[in-house]
Ligand binder design. Structure first.
Ligand code: ATP
Ligand code: MG
Length: 568
């Protein structure tokens, strides 16, 4: 492709709305343009990259024995109603009606539709196991679309679904997908970890996420260096950490603490450390209110709380008016003693002694409170968020936490969808048994953003060869010079004819402009044809290396061929 003909409107300015490198660089290198919040168009460079990622995904899925098909994105509501997800998806589902008033949605994920397809099209248990997949556009009206294609409202997902008759069969199908995912992310050159994930409200018996380590990641992952334990913080098990508490029990006492609404204000006014307090936070989960208690130096994990309650809806901090109504006090004075709603205490709270809690009365706290003696929680469970320095639940070592981008998710679904939609086969006794399912997703365009997060510098993107939109760029320094132009044209033709995706910057522009663009769009190999063309020499440069090497024309071409993997 000639740059003079390519729709590649690169931007010099850093777009104000882009907070992270991948978003900035995808806009600047003219890969994407924004249409609306979380909705993007892919321009030629973006689309080529997307297609390259899809190719890798497709090859590895096919190799793993999965079969590709393509479902509509426009889906009738019935199956989602049958599984209950029409309601569960709530505001994150895009809904519409046709001219006959029939309900449809734009598919956020396709478990229901694949289950129905297998139910309608597979007539014998002998046709199982089966793993089907598609690479297709998904729609989710995300609460906070951001970071460009990292969290968008329309995105490309590779979603696969496995159908087995036995648990062992599911394990084998799951394992095949696990291996395919590793192969895909290895080929994309991503530095990733696999973490135990929350299978929470979706049900199912196990799930793992593929996470790319990145400071801009929205997920937090707990990891133990000693034994290798790795888990999403939504799932990571917290072990109570010992602290020094006064051992002598005293009667509970009410103290005036007029200006202490927060733990910091309390530590200042009472002169005791944060871990001596127990925070009581009022949460709304679905249509019920509950109190969640954690030690003052800890945080409640809303997903653990949601899962504990088995709720499909997120746990959210209650509005101040509801807190006032429930505790009869201003926000900041809630406590477990005498509270009318269920109290869920973190395990660590039960190991505290002589704690300070809110008195459910504005301006007052209770001190010397003993769990078990002064209040009994409805349930004691692990509801806090794991932190750096926590004890590893597996080996007792030390936990570190880091941020990650979820690029893939594999899930043992079990029989939730097959039961709800009646996908069954008769067993040897003639009894109908529900098919055991797994589901497996990869965020295709999120992968692009993740690759850029891990592969860029101040000047632009540094594409790994595998998904680079173009593998080699030939730059002619002076498009008006006949010798230079002839050599550059020859090089471009030779590489293109050999099947190497080659970009030719043939523009009548200053060399500085061309080099800046080349660095920005991140093509892995650059061959510059300049003054020394007359001597048969060119400059050979790798985007991920320092400086350049002077080479003769034929050697440069051969090296470019070799590196791009197309050498015959
Ligand atoms: P997240 O926790 O990031 O919202 P999810 O757990 O809801 O993701 P899944 O339903 O597991 O996502 O979807 C499979 C994959 O699709 C994810 O691993 C992710 O890579 C990708 N994905 C999900 N939501 C988005 C989005 N809004 N934009 C881009 N990619 C997404
Ligand atoms: Mg997920």
């Amino acid at each position: 492709m000639r740059v003079s003909k390519l729709l590649m409107p690169t931007l010099r300015e850093v777009p104000a709305e882009a907070e992270i490198a991948s978003h900035r660089l995808m806009l600047r290198s003219a890969m994407i343009r924004k249409l609306a919040a979380g909705v993007y168009s892919f321009l030629p460079l973006g689309l080529k990259t997307l297609q390259n990622v899809e190719k890798v995904v497709r090859e590895e899925m096919d190799k793993a024995g999965a079969q590709e098909l393509l479902m509509s994105a426009l889906l009738p509501a019935e199956a989602y109603m049958q599984t209950g997800r029409w309601d569960i998806f709530g505001e994150s589902m895009f809904r519409l009606k046709d001219r006959n008033d029939r309900d449809f949605c734009l598919g956020p994920t396709h478990e229901e539709i694949f289950t129905e397809t297998v139910k309608n099209e597979v007539h014998s248990y002998r046709d199982l196991p089966l793993t089907l997949y598609q690479i297709q556009t998904k729609y989710r009206d995300e609460r906070r679309p951001r970071f460009g294609v990292m969290r968008s409202r329309e995105f490309v997902m590779k979603d696969a679904y496995s159908f087995d008759l036995t648990k062992e069969g599911l394990d084998a199908s799951y394992d095949a997908m696990y291996k395919a995912y590793c192969a895909i992310f290895d080929r994309l050159g991503l530095d990733y970890v696999v973490v135990d994930a929350d299978s929470g409200a979706m049900g199912g018996s196990g799930s793992q996420e593929f996470m790319v380590k990145s400071e801009v990641g929205e997920d937090v992952i707990a990891h133990c260096d000693k034994c290798g334990y790795t888990a999403n913080e939504e799932k990571a098990e917290c072990i109570p950490a010992p602290k020094d508490f006064p051992q002598d029990e005293k009667p509970m006492e009410k103290l005036e603490t007029p200006n202490a609404h927060t733990i910091e204000e309390l530590t200042d006014s009472l002169g005791v450390p944060a871990y001596r307090f127990a925070k009581t936070l009022i949460y709304k989960v679905g249509d019920q209110y509950v109190a969640a208690m954690v030690r003052g130096d800890r945080e409640v994990n809303p997903i653990k709380l949601q899962n504990l309650l088995g709720s499909p809806e997120e746990a959210e901090l209650a509005e101040p008016f509801a807190v006032r109504d429930i505790t009869k006090a201003e926000v900041g004075f809630a406590g477990p003693v005498g509270l009318s709603i269920p109290v869920y205490a973190d395990k660590e709270v039960m190991e505290m002694k002589a704690m300070v809690v809110g008195a459910n009365e504005t301006g007052y706290h209770l001190v010397n409170v003993e769990p078990g003696r002064d209040f009994t929680p409805t349930l004691v469970a692990d509801i806090r968020t794991i932190e750096d320095g926590d004890i590893c639940p597996r080996c007792g070592g030390k936990i570190d936490t880091f941020h990650g981008i979820e690029i893939g998710h594999i899930f043992k679904l079990g029989t939730k969808y097959s039961k709800a939609l009646g996908l069954t086969f008769p067993d040897e006794n003639g009894e109908e048994q529900p098919v055991i399912m797994g589901c497996y997703g990869i965020g295709v365009n999120r992968c692009i953003a993740a690759v850029i997060e891990q592969n860029h510098d101040d000047n632009g993107i540094i594409w790994p060869m595998c998904i680079a939109p173009y593998k080699v760029e030939v730059v002619v320094v002076n498009a008006g010079d006949e010798t230079q132009m002839k050599m550059a044209e020859g090089l471009y033709k030779m590489l293109s004819d050999s099947g190497v995706a080659t970009l030719f910057d043939d523009r009548d522009e200053r060399p500085g402009v061309k080099f800046k663009d080349a660095d920005l769009i991140g093509v892995p190999v650059r061959i510059t044809v300049g003054k020394k063309a007359a001597d048969g020499l060119v400059e050979f440069k790798l985007r991920n290396g320092e400086g350049f090497t002077e080479m003769n024309f034929a050697d440069a071409a051969a090296e470019a061929l070799r590196l791009s993997g197309e050498a015959k």
